[in-house]
Write a protein that binds this ligand. Structure first.
Ligand code: ADP
Ligand code: MG
Length: 317
């Protein structure tokens, strides 16, 4: 019987892989579609192999892509502007498509004509309209901008370590609206791509949802989803080997294991900045505190090794 073809499948552990921006665009690249598809082969070859042992959920960020879509639409003032929630929905489609197709290719390379089922789920994420994130936009999106360009654009720009970038509101995820659908899909053998770009931010008016102008952090949304569907292993894959204390300083120390208490202490001492390593560590801590088995922050090339417990920074109780 095929192992992943729509049969009831609730015995294999659930693995959630959260892909960082560099799964698609690496440092120094322009970010063409060819580059993005090529880069995705690295995580997807590993996910293809892991899908034989785990039920799989893939989440991903969208910072560069959503920022680019915003700029592209600003280049043509005659066409009505689309709000951020619509642009986030667009990135779930475009990146979901790229992940699905590269994963399908990797599975074909591994098994020939295969029977695996892959699906991308448009995902809403509930946020609180009184979240302080709305009054202090903090999430950088899109490319580094030239100073003389900024006055013509929507949304404020701030200095980031890379240069001037636009920032948008980034409220905390409260709950993943499609959690039941996602659970049902993985339990019936689907590999699921969900929560893209942290999810489409919505608030609730009575029973109705309304999209809201924000980009949710994908690491925090992934931890929420992981807790809500009962994920066993959470892998947060990025462009560094894991979390370090005194990052960038001569005394920098890469952490192989970090307890929840240590993580909380290092976070409040400022070792893990907001907008980069901070939300990854927060996500891993939240996941372990909510009862998850294993949370590892690792590099895109070592997803398999990290899943086996042999790479990255693992958060332990
Ligand atoms: P992603 O797209 O994967 O979410 P981010 O850029 O948001 O990636 O976060 C990863 C970055 O965090 C790394 O490239 C690294 O430069 C930065 N970083 C900041 N502080 C630390 C730290 N203490 N340990 C490791 N990396 C850190
Ligand atoms: Mg990030």
């Amino acid at each position: 019987m095929p192992t992943n073809s729509g049969y009831e499948n609730t015995t294999r552990p659930i693995l959630l892989v959260a892909l960082g921006g560099n799964a698609l665009i690496r440092k120094g690249e322009r970010g063409t579609i060819e580059e993005q598809l090529r880069n995705l082969c690295v995580p997807m070859a590993q996910v293809a192999r892991l899908s034989k042992k785990y039920r799989i959920i893939i989440t991903h960020g969208n910072g560069p892509q959503v920022g680019r879509l915003l700029l592209q639409q600003e280049c043509c003032p005659e066409i009505p502007r689309l709000p951020l929630e619509i642009l986030v929905a667009q990135t779930q489609g475009q990146i979901g498509y790229m992940i699905e197709s590269t994963l399908d290719n990797e599975l074909t390379e591994m098994e020939g004509e295969h029977q695996n089922l892959i699906v991308t789920v448009l995902t809403y994420v509930l946020v609180d309209e009184n979240d302080p994130g709305f009054s202090t936009p903090s999430k950088p999106i899109g490319p580094v901008l030239r100073q003389n360009y900024i006055s013509q654009l929507s949304y404020p720009a701030v200095k980031t370590p890379l240069g001037l970038r636009r920032v948008v509101a980034s409220p905390k995820p409260v709950t993943i609206i499609e959690k039941r659908e996602i659970k049902r899909l993985i339990d019936t053998g689907f590999i699921v791509i969900a929560c893209g770009g942290g999810g489409i931010a919505v608030i609730r008016h009575g029973r109705a949802f309304q999209g809201i102008d924000a980009v949710i952090d994908k690491d925090l949304a992934s931890a929420r989803l992981a807790a809500e569907v009962g994920v066993d292993v959470l892998i947060i894959a990025t462009d560094v080997a894991g979390a370090a204390i005194s990052y960038g300083a001569p005394e920098e120390t890469f952490l192989r294991k970090m307890s929840v208490a240590e993580g909380e202490r290092y976070l409040s001492a400022g070792h893990f900045p907001a907008g980069s390593m901070g939300p990854k560590v927060e996500a891993a801590l939240q996941f372990i505190k909510s009862g998850g088995n294993r949370a590892v922050i690792c590099s895109i090339d070592s997803i398999e090794e990290a899943t086996a417990g042999n790479a990255g920074t693992e958060v332990v109780r």
